[in-house]
Design a protein around this ligand. Sequence first.
Ligand SMILES: [Zn+2]
Length: 118
Amino acid sequence: MLCSDHTLAVEMYRRVRCSKGYKIANRPCRYCREPTESEVHSLFLCEGFADLKNRRDSFFSRVSEISPHLTAPRITQDPIQSIHLFLDHRDLAPTFAKFVFDVVIMFPGPERRRGSKK
Ligand SMILES: [Zn+2]
């Protein structure tokens, strides 16, 4: 995710050839139709389906166990600052990495072509 090598619409639409291009506000979330399926949206804001919300709630609970001042409202109020806090914290960084992995696989990309089978 740090290298933008993921299958969220914010990146996938960047790679689509279109004469007008796809503006960032025209890369909708596949689950809730918000205008931009971004990293922050998928990780912290999307209410599109229960598995995602459950995984996020589990992550927020674990974060609050490790660092009680980091509550769900505080995290969602400033997600970018929260990401920096997660990555700077010895115990939160691996917890956040697993959460990111779990969320990204909930937003699969198109099947990759592997050449013709002969
Ligand atoms: Zn969404």
